[in-house]
Design a protein around this ligand. Structure first.
Ligand code: AMP
Length: 365
């Protein structure tokens, strides 16, 4: 039996625990909230993220430690790693938490990215706008997610307003990318350095939040995406699952947007749609088990359920659907579930996605 400690008790931890059932794994979750949704599948230590005594209780319970929540201090992972193997490495977390560090990493590995500048004051911003031009996107360097902490700047007036709104914290300015579409790849690296990359996924966002992910095996950009992913994984001496988000420009250019050092929303389709899910391969990687096959099993898609649940039975009546209710209280803009849609062919998949989309009552806030 293996014991796994997870920092964070949200839906990602919950789905990790569900994947661990086949290995008879036991889970302990550290999470400050009253009843995090993962607590259904393990022991819950309710404590602050930085609580040293809670970290000690977590490691005592665990053979290996991981995290599913990205906004913990990287030092927490460093500290946990002194007592138990802790993956992914703290360095990967620290890099992903700081957009400037992340973009500097892409640049150092010759991975193309949108024009970007570091902004610490109004002078930096004026110089960056002069160099990069408008439209541009200003983003907080840390703690941004789901499109939060960022603003599109269209005209010179927006530049002054943006600084007043976001300027109290370190920022970056990025050139606005007129992309064809957004894609991501989910990759896993074992502690022996072996990597596997699931088929590239086409993502559609609404109000900065992921709406739909569709894997596209055989995509012309798969080899390039894998090459970029492998460079980052090797550089960070990574163990576990990592997500890579890209913009596709002019059909053939991949521009790196961001990395997530964890299982990722755009990989949820792998639960039913791939031979091995991202959750299972993450567990296999961090516990030193052989990695599983990442092939897609059938045409499929993942649709997010945000803010409000659709009528469950109506969704279940659509052939090929699988229902995932995270058991979280609905709130505008909150991810509370997802639906996987499976089909026999692409045309049927398109029809089923359209049917499920008509049933969604998402409230993005
Ligand atoms: P992020 O938090 O950086 O992933 O941004 C959230 C979403 O905002 C992305 O998935 C894109 O849809 C959009 N976005 C972010 N940065 C840019 C950019 N430089 N150009 C165009 N759209 C962007």
């Amino acid at each position: 039996m293996m014991h796994i400690g997870i920092v964070g008790g949200g839906q990602l931890g919950r789905m990790m625990a569900e994947a661990g059932a086949g290995f008879d794994a036991r889970f302990t979750f550290l999470d400050p909230s009253d009843s995090p949704c993962a607590a259904l599948h393990g022991r819950h230590i309710q404590a602050d993220w930085n609580d040293n005594a809670a970290h000690e209780r977590l490691v005592v319970d665990s053979d290996v430690v991981t995290f599913e929540f990205e906004n913990i201090a990287a030092e927490v992972v460093t500290r946990l790693a002194e007592d138990r193997p802790a993956f992914p490495p703290a360095k990967a977390l620290a890099t992903a938490q700081d957009r400037w560090a992340e973009k500097s990493l892409f640049r150092s590995l010759d991975i193309p990215l949108p024009p970007v500048a570091k902004i610490d004051n109004q002078t930096d911003l004026d110089a960056a706008v002069a160099e990069i031009g408008l439209p541009a996107v200003i983003k907080t360097r840390t703690l941004g997610y789901d499109g939060k902490g960022q603003k599109l700047l269209r005209e010179p007036d927006d530049v002054t307003d943006a600084f007043a709104e976001l300027g109290a914290v370190p920022l970056v300015l990025e050139g606005f990318v007129d992309f064809d579409h957004e894609v991501s790849v989910i990759a896993v690296r074992g502690n022996d350095g072996e990597t596997r990359v699931w088929p590239l996924v086409r993502n559609e966002h609404r109000q900065g939040m992921l709406h739909c992910s569709i894997p596209e095996p055989g995509h012309a950009l798969q080899p390039l995406a894998e090459d970029y992913a492998n460079r980052v994984l090797a550089e960070l001496d990574y163990v576990g699952v990592m997500a890579f988000e890209f913009f596709v420009q002019d059909s053939e250019t991949l521009l790196a947007n961001e990395i997530a050092p964890r299982v990722h929303n755009s990989g949820h389709w792998t639960i039913e749609g791939a031979v091995t899910s991202q959750f299972e391969n993450h567990l296999r990687a961090i516990t030193g088990l052989p990695l599983g096959c990442v092939e897609r099993l059938a045409p499929c898609a993942m649709l997010n359920v945000i803010g409000a649940l659709p009528e469950r039975d109506a969704v279940l009546k659509v052939p090929g659907t699988r229902w995932h209710d995270y058991g979280k209280a609905p709130r505008p803009g909150r991810k509370i579930g997802h639906i996987t849609v499976l089909a026999a062919n692409e045309a049927q998949l398109g029809e089923r996605i359209a049917t499920v989309e008509r049933l969604l009552v998402n409230d993005l806030g």
